[in-house]
Design a protein around this ligand. Sequence first.
Ligand code: GUN
Length: 292
Amino acid sequence: MTATIIDGQAVAASIRARIKDEAAALKARTGVVPGLATVLVGDNPASQTYVRMKGRACEEVGMRSVGHKLPATATQAEVEGLVRQLNADPGIHGILVQLPLPGHLNEEAVLNAIGIEKDVDGFHPVNIGRLAMKGREPLFVPCTPAGCIALMDHVGVKIEGARAVVLGRSNIVGLPVSLLLIGRNATVTVCHSRTRDLPSVTREADILVAAIGKAQMVRGDWVKPGAVVIDVGVNRVDDPTTKSGYRLVGDVAFDEAKEVAGAITPVPGGVGPMTIAMLLQNTLRGAKHKAG
Ligand code: GUN
């Protein structure tokens, strides 16, 4: 059996087209143009690329994007001061502080400083706390986890009652995606570096979400036949046949897993484009909320 390849690029493109129409309608009705502020501290090349892609995606759907760059030596007070200035800016509906921050900065304090009504990353403890609690609604859901669920919904995966295994417990992906799956009534197991006999756990999964950051760690024989495999990993591996000398692979050995899974996301072109689509959706939501 060969798996259905879930085309995140196509799903994200249709979401972006809808957002573009909705942003235009919001502008026509209220004069409000959704605005996203990105904050990049330091010069991590991957972060620079991500922030550039996020800014460009905003402009393509008719939103305003304002990029703020601070040097790697920026102080805690400078970063928090910028966040507070953006909180007070009526033209900004979403604030995104790109992570990771340089090691000397207190990430928790920076994320706490973002007003929850502009927290389009959904990383503020109040938003995460609401996501974790039954019967509470966060204002925003983190973008990559929301993108994973949106892809599964798009291909009609039945999440309710499914056994879901999440590899990784990061604040950005593993933890919030686990909370979303619990909220959708899956039975969720969260695995991490101390989990014993990982393959025996993953083989039980109807839904397997890999977010561990290890290139092609999940082999074909770790996957239950017919399972849905969502690969969040983005890892560089050397490849002298490419111009850059590397290529991107996921946390899953795609060629093996696609022979076993029922559906699988590729890397690139799976979850990645969905992260940006969900960020645009959150920014539009912030603007609509502000516009009443
Ligand atoms: N670093 C890796 N992923 C993300 C993300 O979704 N948002 C932010 N702010 N930083 C990240």
